[in-house]
Design a protein around this ligand. Sequence first.
Ligand SMILES: Cc1cc2nc3c(=O)[nH]c(=O)nc-3n(C[C@H](O)[C@H](O)[C@H](O)COP(=O)(O)O)c2cc1C
Length: 364
Amino acid sequence: MATESRKTEHIRIALEKDVSSRVSAGFEDVDLIHNAVCEIDLNDVDTSVTVMGKRLRLPLVIEALTGGTREAKRINMGLAEVAETEGIGIGVGSVRAAMENPSLTDTYSVVRDRAPKTLVLSNIGAVQVAKHGSEYALKTMEIVGADALAVHFNKLQELVMPEGETCFKDVGKHVAELSARLGERLCLKETGAGFSGEAARLAESWGVKWVDVAGVGGTSWYAVEYYRSKGSGSKASLLGKSLWDWGVPTAVSIVESKMFTRSLRVIASGGVRTGFDAAKAIALGASCTGMAMPFLVSFSKGGVEEARRLVKSFEIALRFTMFLVGARTIEELGSAPLIVRGRTAEWLEQRGLLEKLLNGRRSL
Ligand SMILES: Cc1cc2nc3c(=O)[nH]c(=O)nc-3n(C[C@H](O)[C@H](O)[C@H](O)COP(=O)(O)O)c2cc1C
């Protein structure tokens, strides 16, 4: 019951309050280079990718949002229809509510019902995995009928939410078991504070093949919890807005996750808002991208049709950028030349990563 009412509040606050990060994801610091002359036919531009073993028409996932309430079921149902028809992936929100109360199962499994073919990700918190082990996490996949599992690491949110749990000890052992069982079908994700290179390297040492960086620059979970618990002598009321923008900005997080690891694959989320952002994320090293808040907002405004329009505008922006850059495939876009400026360049320089990123990327 507590988990259910929390989910309702999260959606309400996300839609009613401004919970965006005040720090940018960093995509405005990245320029892709226009190629006026290269021989390319727009009809040959191929945006498809394979993510966690499933072929997607576009490098896009509807990020984990919700589940566990009647309203959540309606949202999941509508977005699943969009994912299936548009050939993009979809994640459900944390399945903990259905683990605690099996009568809520349909609020999650409706996604598989409406999206029988495309990539569907289950979702559970790392704290729950640390506490209950890998079998518990695998059970959430059964409940959803999911192809893959996202384990979310949300230290900042757990710190500040009133009912937060903060013991992440031993989680690595359970994640390693999950990696051995699921291989490519496991992903570790943040929820808006991003992965540093060190975090990505540790994930890879546990056998993890995919991370969803969910960096700073989009929805701030600190902000959501701030509005939820403000005024009740809570931790957020003591801290004010000081941790609102804590974490690693998304553009930086993509590069750190790639450069600190051997072959970790990255889903870029956290402030990805358009196909142009996605093109830059892919050029920085991501294999796929994800959006949460834009899908929630568009669905709540105009249902399935509006969410579909969001995908269409994403697609056209990505496709046009690939054409202008001269990249026929997502793989080619991944090695497109680029310029990095401003705060993002400064960060990467101080971490010793800028030269390495630009090396060999000065022309296609
Ligand atoms: C209302 C709402 C609920 C969310 N619930 C979850 C969740 O249950 N599990 C999870 O891993 N992430 C959750 N997230 C985080 C998103 O999946 C995503 O990582 C984050 O919002 C950054 O993406 P954005 O900037 O596109 O919103 C939620 C986000 C929102 C806005």
